[in-house]
Structure formats: structure tokens, C-alpha cells
Ligand binder design. Structure first.
Ligand code: ADP
Ligand code: ZN
Ligand code: ZN
Length: 786
């Protein structure tokens, strides 16, 4: 037998497959990860097809597969199909698309060690590498390359200063744990005089199963656990360890009696025939999560699995906790702070069908599944579902591909569905489900729009309008909480010389630097570079350097001045880190340890705080002026979502929105929280200007340090496309090249070619076949939202 294999190496070209013979006794199937000889090296391969040997193979003298790499973490056929689709639709290499599905990105680990011999390191960096490796004996090559430059390490291998060896990754043993699993409480008599066991059984009955370590942590001895097993009330099972947060109480969650609207939504998806996509358009606070959970329960009853996608910020939040509370340790959570082993275990538990619910952000859409029954995407409009690095996939589209393989429905929930998805409900491609009321007849918040031009005319030069100040005052008096949104971090947003108009820009990016008062530094928000505030203008030497614009830091300072007794906390990229994604701030605010939560769009995402009755939005129009077709959509979503944080408890919510464009339709629709009116206007505009969903967009970004080479490339690519356009008579428009919104980032100039048309399949086929599009520095962004 012969296997057709794709080699797992990064390559910009769409990859070719290679054929190898399968030695007897090696159980290779589609999706297996294997070790194969490749040129002078050994590489990892992924099996795409297994077939009989053909005559054409014989002339090549096929080499045999060397070994099977990982027996468990291989691919299912569905994953391979989806990866092929991703590579074709999003124009990326197949190996890159396949890697999205892997927990271990490479099955081979390369280690380097110092060669003993006369060849000595020469340069300073080489000496440093040698010292680093020497201390460790054998060091993982990837690690060394991260510490030093990869070029230097490669050169040392070539010069035989370092030796290299490969070993297989799958030697990591799976970590197993003993679990106590509920069987029955039909044991009258047996446990009578054993109160510890009776207590244990009562708790076990509630949560069905939990690791031994959990019970021992609760004070039960190992003997008590074992005795319960002997009594037949429970069994002991070995399971892959995983990391459900069992420290939160699991008791006390019962399904709500659904409202009529919720029931209708549940019924529609429950009776799905044929794996359709449903858009659950439910106003903020209408009980979408309850719909998700009851549908999940349904799927579990039938033995199926559920993927739940949430925006990154929601991962530590309420929706996850509510799922865990209801479904206990049947839930695995995929997030960026898991260790390698934890990720692997969670992944395997889903792959084996041991767990049935997986919740995670964008990349969780690639989790292995055994029998998918439903995919749920919460806050489906959120821009974080589009990956901004290659492969530039959209998680909702990938979810739909996977679901269609299993014939299961996809549920997209939002208070502000994306224009494109809502449009598809109007054309009949998707099914629309609506929750028009908040639960328990709670009213939507009332919104007041403040025209900041009038405010200025009246002589108020503060960041906060009088209406905003009054609202905060009242809210604090009533011992309620307030949220304030400003989508710009830092203190002042730019620094300018009053005399000559010089603006301080980043040295390597073409953007103004933002003043951060806490560090007393200017910072670039594109590359994180810092520099001190100049004392004199570098251009004309004047001393009149002035700060302009307002960021969250300045608002915080003003709030503290105006409300000295309020407890204020700020949530933005500067107060959070990768490890600490802000959940401690959100949780402390939820416990009402603070009165005012202030921050960037992070404060607007899906939180459900009962004590928040006021929301203040500063600079509501800040996104509106971006030169992008989605500027209006993003603004409407942000404003509606932010407003929706108010009044989710018993006190009705109030919102003040500050703007310089009160007559703009986006602001007016957000004021009324009128999605239908907004959609009607927006879709008209998209239709007239031929933007998505009517036309698709492929954005080609070309980057280069050398401005001339940049334009040469741009013009070459544009010419190729224009010739193709003429010859094919296509209705796809070729626009550009033109300078990108930001002209230069990290010393690389950027230009753009846009392709716009009702169907881009043909032009994608053309691009795939042209080498010129696959060189470094050319970015192909299909369905671009950037
Ligand atoms: P959404 O996600 O639509 O913004 P949530 O799912 O957070 O809304 O629900 C808002 C609140 O209403 C939650 O506190 C939830 O527990 C509660 N809730 C949901 N469904 C019901 C129901 N049928 N009856 C009573 N309360 C409900
Ligand atoms: Zn000047
Ligand atoms: Zn910069």
C-alpha cells in the first residue's frame, strides 16, 4: 500500500503531496502523523490518502514510512477535509491549515548540543549560543532559536559547531487520574452507620463524577472513597486528567422555565433537519445563554458533543461558569493559559468522547470531536473570531464547515448580529430566531445623547458632560455601579508643537505616539516602542510642546478629582497582562468592590453585572471616521453592547452617550437600540457601494523595508491581476495599489491591492497558481476585516 503525504513544514506555496510505501505491520490510516525521509532529513508527514500502488509510483522508487508518530493525536477525515477547504478558501498552505488542528504543532523535536572538536565559535552571538547550549547539555532547538537568532543557530549547525538530533514528540505519557463516578443511591441499609459515606454519596449524586483529588481536598479519606466503590454506589475510573475548575460550587443550578420566545428558539434548533445555521438575535439580557444550555442538554442526551465559542475576554467570565455549574466536569475549557499537558488532555478528552462540551475562544473551533451535535457561537459579531495572522480564517465559517460534515446545526447568538449574517437570514440561507424582550420584563436602558459641541459652547471644557456628571452622581448616591467606555488608552493621544505643528511620531511606524502618564513616556500602539517626551520641539526648537486628545488614563484622573470618594478601577490593555486577562478586575467589580469601571471596549463585552444601572460612553463616534466599510457596523455594535450592560438587575438602566455627530444614523439607531432600523440603513449603503455581503473582499497587503521594491512588487502584482481581469472578462474589480491606512509599521512600508467582486473563486484560483503572490511580505487576506 501507498500513502500520499503532506510534509509538515511551513511553506508559502500551496503544498505538494509526496508518496511513500507503508511497511507491513504499520497501521497507517488517513490522518495519521508519520515520520518520513525527506531529502537529506527526516520530517513529519500527515497522511492524506491511503491507496494501492500504481504503475506511475514504480518509476519513482518510493521510500517507506519510517514510523508512526502519534497514535492518539492524529487527524480525523473531517479535519482533513476542513483543512483542505481552509487552504483553498483562505489561500494558505495546506500544512499551515492542518497545523491549526494540532495540539502539538510538530511531531518531531530537534535538539542541539555542542560538538566536541576543534571548531570554535567566532562571533559574540555564537559564543553566547554555545554557552547557553553547554549549560543545558542538549537544548531544544526551537528554544535556542527563540533566545538567539535562528540564522545564527542554523549557521552553527552548518559549521558543525552544533550537532543536531531528532526525537519523537509522542513519548509524553498521558497523565491519568482516578475518578469517582456515581452509580446509584439505591443502597438503603448498606450505608446506615456510615455518615461520611452517606455525605459523600449525597454530594457525588449532585455532580455525578469528580477526581479523587477533589474529594480528598474536601476532607474525605481515600478509604471512604474506596468503601463507597465497594458498596456499589460508585465506581472508580481512570480518566485523562483535565482542569475543570471544581473550586466553584456546582450545586444550585437548575434550568429556568423558558419564556415563550426562548422556547420557540429552542424548539426550532431542536427540530433542525439538515444542519442549518441559526441566528439568535436576542436583545441584551434576553436570556440567550439559557437557550444555549437547554440545547446543549438536548445534544448530551443523544450522546453528542457541543462546541461553544466565546470571545477571548469572556473565557473566564460568566458564560463559562454557568456551563460548568450546570454540566460539571463534562466541560473542558480551552484557553491560552493552559499548560501543554492540560491542553493535550482536554483535546484528547474531546477526541475520545470522554467530555462532551468544549468552550473556548477562536482557536477552540479546531478541537477534535468524535460526534459533533451542535456548535454555538456567542457574540457572533465579535471581530476576534477573525484571525489576523495567517491562516486568516474566520471561526464562524470554519464552524459551519465542520458542522456541515456532521449534519448538525450551528447557532450564532448576538444582540447585534453581523450585517452579513443577518442578511443571510433575510435571503433564507440562515434561519432567524428572535428574543425581543429582556427576561422578567426588565426594560431596556434609556439612552440620552449629548452633543459635545453644545457642551463646549456652554463653556464646559471637561471630558465629562454635565449630563454625565449628574448621572454618575445619582448612581453613586443610590449605591449602584457605573461603567464608562472610552475606546482609547493612554493619557493624551498625541503630542504636538504649538508653534510649527510637529507631531511626535514613532521612529519605525507612521503613527503619532500616545502619552502614558504613569510611565511618563510616549508609546507607539503599533510596535510598543517607547521614548521620552521631548522638552523642545525637534523641528523648530520651541518649548511649546502640548498634549492633545483624551485616553482612559486621563479620564481616570478626572473621575478621581470629580468623585474623590468613589472607588474607581480601570480596565484596558495597560492594566491587564497576558497571564492576567483582566478577570480579577471584572470579578472584583462584580463583587461591588468598586463603584466605577472605566476602560476600552473590554468593558462592553457580554458581562452581566446586577448592580450596574448607569453606562457612560465618551467619544461615541471615535470609530465612525475610520476609512473602512465596517466602521458604522462596529460602532453600532460597540454602543449597543455597552448600553446593554446597564439595568440588568432590578433598577432600570440609564445611558449617556457623548458625541460630536448626534445626527449620524449610527448614533441615532444606537440611541434607540434599534437594530432593525440600523440594519435597513446599513444594508442599503452596502448594496449601493457593493460592499460585503454583496461583494467579497480580498485584501492583498504588500510590505517591504525598501519603498521602491515595495512599489515594484505592488505594480507587478496589480499588472498580473489586471491582465487576468481583461482576459477572463471577470466582474471582479482590481483596485490599487494604494498606500495603506498606516503607511509604515515596524519600519516596513505597506501598500494594498483590493479585489472586490460577487464571487472571488476564479481570482483565487489564479492567485494560487502564480508564484509572485507567494513571496515573503505579501499578505493575502480573504474576507478582510482589517
Ligand atoms: P443574554 O446572554 O441574552 O444577554 P443572559 O443569558 O445573561 O442574557 O440572561 C440574563 C439573565 O436572565 C441571567 O441572569 C439569567 O440567569 C436570567 N434568565 C435567563 N432565562 C431566564 C428565564 N427563562 N427566566 C428567568 N430568568 C432567566
Ligand atoms: Zn515646532
Ligand atoms: Zn511603532
Amino acid at each position: 500500500m501507498v500513502a500520499d503525504i503532506i510534509i509538515n513544514i511551513t511553506a508559502k506555496q500551496v503544498q505538494q503531496t509526496f508518496s511513500y510505501t507503508i511497511p507491513d505491520g504499520l497501521s497507517v490510516r488517513i490522518g495519521s502523523r508519520v515520520l518520513v525521509p525527506f531529502g537529506p532529513r527526516r520530517e513529519e508527514g500527515i497522511v492524506l490518502a491511503v491507496r494501492e500502488e500504481r504503475d506511475s509510483d514504480r518509476q519513482y522508487q518510493l521510500k517507506p514510512i519510517l514510523a508512526l508518530l502519534s497514535s492518539q493525536a492524529g487527524f480525523q477525515e473531517e479535519m482533513i477535509q476542513t483543512a483542505v477547504w481552509i487552504s483553498q478558501y483562505y489561500l494558505c498552505g495546506l500544512a499551515d491549515a492542518l497545523r491549526l488542528f494540532m495540539i502539538e504543532k510538530k511531531g518531531i523535536i530537534r535538539r542541539v548540543y555542542l560538538k566536541t572538536g576543534p571548531v570554535l565559535p567566532v562571533t559574540e552571538e555564537e559564543r553566547a549560543v554555545a554557552a547557553y547550549v553547554d549549560v543545558r547539555g542538549k537544548a531544544e532547538k526551537k528554544q535556542v532559536c527563540r533566545q538567539f537568532s535562528a540564522d545564527c543557530v542554523e549557521e552553527m549547525v552548518r559549521q558543525h559547531q552544533l550537532d543536531q538530533e531528532d526525537y519523537l514528540q509522542n513519548q509524553i505519557a498521558d497523565k491519568m487520574e482516578k475518578w469517582l463516578v456515581f452509580q446509584s443511591d439505591d443502597t438503603t441499609g448498606i450505608l446506615k452507620r456510615r455518615p461520611r459515606q452517606a455525605a459523600l454519596l449525597a454530594q457525588l449524586k449532585q455532580i455525578r463524577s469528580a477526581p479523587f483529588s477533589y474529594w480528598i481536598g474536601k476532607g474525605y479519606s481515600r478509604d471512604v472513597l474506596l468503601h463507597l466503590c465497594q458498596s456499589g454506589c460508585a465506581t472508580m475510573e481512570e480518566k485523562l486528567s483535565h482542569t475543570v475548575d471544581l473550586t466553584h460550587p456546582l450545586e444550585g443550578d437548575v434550568p429556568f422555565r423558558l419564556t415563550e420566545e426562548q422556547q420557540r428558539a429552542v424548539d426550532a434548533v431542536r427540530n433542525d433537519a439538515g444542519g442549518r445555521t441559526y441566528v439568535l438575535h436576542g436583545v441584551t439580557g434576553s436570556g440567550k445563554t439559557e437557550v444555549y444550555m437547554q440545547l446543549t442538554e438536548d445534544v448530551l442526551q443523544k450522546g453528542g458533543q457541543v462546541l461553544v465559542l466565546v470571545p477571548e475576554i469572556a473565557l473566564t467570565g460568566q458564560i463559562v461558569r454557568r456551563f460548568i455549574r450546570r454540566f460539571g466536569n463534562d466541560v473542558v475549557v480551552m484557553h491560552s493559559q493552559l499548560s501543554k499537558g492540560e491542553r493535550r488532555n482536554n483535546w484528547l478528552r474531546m477526541a475520545n468522547g470522554e467530555s462532551h462540551i468544549c468552550i473556548g475562544a477562536r482557536s477552540a473551533v479546531f478541537t477534535a470531536v468524535r460526534s459533533l451535535g451542535l456548535v454555538i457561537v456567542d457574540e457572533e459579531h465579535d471581530s476576534s473570531y477573525k484571525q489576523e495572522e495567517a491562516p486568516r480564517y474566520h471561526a464562524v465559517e470554519v464552524a459551519r464547515r465542520r458542522a456541515s460534515y456532521y449534519g448538525c446545526p450551528v447557532l450564532l447568538g448576538s444582540a447585534t448580529p453581523s450585517i452579513a449574517d443577518y442578511y443571510r437570514t433575510q435571503t433564507g440561507q440562515y434561519v432567524l430566531l428572535e428574543l425581543t424582550q429582556r427576561v422578567l420584563n426588565r426594560p431596556l436602558p434609556s439612552v440620552q445623547v449629548v452633543d459635545m459641541r453644545e457642551e463646549l459652547a456652554r463653556g464646559n471644557r471637561h471630558v465629562l458632560s454635565d449630563a454625565m456628571t449628574d448621572l454618575l452622581q445619582e448612581t453613586l448616591q443610590q449605591k449602584q455601579q457605573a461603567i464608562i467606555l472610552l475606546n482609547r488608552r493612554g493619557f493624551s493621544t498625541f503630542v504636538m508643537c504649538r508653534k510649527c505643528g510637529y507631531v511626535v511620531k514613532c521612529d519605525t511606524c507612521d503613527v503619532a505616539m500616545v502619552y502614558h502618564k504613569q510611565q511618563d513616556q510616549l508609546r507607539c500602539h503599533y510596535c510598543d516602542a517607547e521614548k521620552p517626551v521631548p522638552l523642545r520641539c525637534p523641528e523648530c526648537g520651541s518649548k511649546y510642546i502640548k498634549f492633545f486628545g483624551t485616553g482612559t488614563e486621563k479620564v481616570e484622573e478626572q473621575l478621581r478629582e470629580q468623585f474623590p470618594h468613589a472607588r474607581i478601577v480601570r480596565l484596558d490593555q495597560d492594566t491587564t497582562t497576558r497571564k492576567n486577562s483582566g478577570d480579577h478586575i471584572i470579578e472584583a467589580f462584580r463583587r461591588h468592590e468598586y463603584d466605577i469601571l472605566l476602560g476600552t471596549q473590554m468593558v462592553a463585552k457580554g458581562h452581566d453585572f446586577a448592580d450596574v444601572s448607569a453606562v457612560g460612553i465618551l467619544a461615541a463616534d471615535s470609530l465612525l471616521n475610520l476609512p473602512a466599510y465596517w466602521a458604522g457596523e462596529r460602532t453600532f455594535q460597540l454602543l449597543t453592547q455597552a448600553a446593554g450592560r446597564a439595568g440588568r438587575g432590578t433598577i432600570p438602566g440609564r445611558v449617556v452617550m457623548q458625541t460630536y455627530a448626534p445626527e449620524h444614523y449610527v448614533i441615532q439607531c444606537a440611541e434607540r437600540q434599534d437594530y432593525a432600523a440600523f440594519y435597513a440603513q446599513e444594508i442599503q449603503y452596502r448594496k449601493e457601494l457593493l460592499y460585503p455581503p454583496f461583494h467579497q473582499i480580498l485584501k492583498i497587503v504588500i510590505t517591504d523595508e525598501n519603498e521602491k521594491a515595495l512599489w515594484d512588487t505592488g505594480n507587478t502584482l496589480a499588472l498580473l491581476l489586471q491582465n487576468w481581469h481583461t482576459e477572463s472578462g471577470s466582474d471582479t474589480a482590481v483596485i490599487g495599489p494604494f498606500v495603506d491606512i498606516i503607511k509604515k509599521v515596524r519600519n516596513k512600508y505597506r501598500i494594498v491591492i483590493l479585489l472586490k467582486g460577487p464571487d472571488l473563486t476564479a481570482v483565487k484560483d489564479f492567485i494560487r497558481a502564480q508564484r509572485e503572490f507567494w513571496r515573503p511580505g505579501v499578505i493575502l487576506d480573504v474576507d478582510s476585516m482589517g
